[in-house]
Design a protein around this ligand. Sequence first.
Ligand code: BGC
Length: 428
Amino acid sequence: MNSTLRLAAAISLASLLPLSASAAESKGSVEVVHWWTSGGEKAAVDVLKAQVEKDGFTWKDGAVAGGGGATAMTVLKSRAVAGNPPGVAQIKGPDIQEWASTGLLDTEVLKDVAKEEKWDALLDKKISDTVKYDGDYVAVPVNIHRINWLWINPEVFKKAGIDKAPTTLDEFYAAADKLRAAGFIPLAHGGQPWQDSTVFESVVLAVMGPEGYKKAMVDLDEKALTGPEMVKALTELKKVATYMDADGKGQDWNLEAAKVINGKAGMQIMGDWAKSEWTLANKTAGKDYQCVPFPGTDKAFLYNIDSLVVFKQKDKGTAAGQQDIARKVLGEDFQKVFSINKGSIPVRNDMLADMGKYGFDACAQTSAKDFLADAKTGGLQPSMAHNMATTLAVQGAFFDVVTNYINDPKADPADAAKKLSAAVKAAK
Ligand code: BGC
């Protein structure tokens, strides 16, 4: 074959092969907007991406950095206004209903998947109600996180002469004093509003108990928001804040988690996505680190359920990809591998009741056991800081007052409680 013929043959082969191969490879493309961007979170979301790509779909990653998701929500809103929402997005709690009421979410696309995969039987009603709008699924729930955790580096505790994890606020302060005296940062904490409120709601739970928490943070009852128990909770919050990392202003949660992992700090108050960073660093629960309920909250569980909503799309070809993501997300394999990487527990009832079977560690087993037990006693309450209890507007009111209070050296707890109630009232 002369060189011209060889080139012609190569071109005709090339024109057949790659094009037909790539056309056959992608069954459609779906963009997924989420805020899982720390190292550990990325490892978890990559599990879903790999499974969806294996099924032949193209995953367009719409990651928006920023713990707690406030930035992702701003991006989503502007995209929705511009008429260009992604196929799938991470949205949670009562906000799902607000989005659905705009007519932008798809109430049809998940119907068959939900029926075929028997979602109603797999999920607790409390969870399925959150992701349904007028009886139709508009989102798939991904996992359950617990907020009221305290993460401890036992090696650091030992060096500071502390022999056990604190179970009361007084023990917490005593441990924090010893950590400081031994030259450690007592409490790793990034001073971003959502992190401040993550600590605030754990303290409210400890001081007011689950019933008081519910009255103040879920029912938004004025008396509960201004009463003596809230004043006490704010007083304790101010004390907890005195132990926070002095270099933590504006810091991301995962960089603060790294300080506990690397032995610079002794403790962190954070939801169990913090575990994803420990896992990524090859650390083992119960050995290299301890997870204990935030002092005084062992009989309560502030829950946070991640979910992925489906937006209506102009391109009808996106539906198959949206359905594939939803099917994968509630599959047994994904539920196990994602939560092991993410630090959460599955949303499926059958898996929650049999965690040992799936190789979950001690933290996850405790979490599942407490989730089921606390659901029977009223101890199970939705997290305000993680969009499960209120609308984003009310959450914003809490965030402003709490962060200002923590940062104002002259702030008075009774006055802050009044401000809280007024801000919440205005945002309702
Ligand atoms: C989300 C978690 C996420 C965390 C930190 C929470 O609101 O539910 O999935 O890991 O924020 O970004």
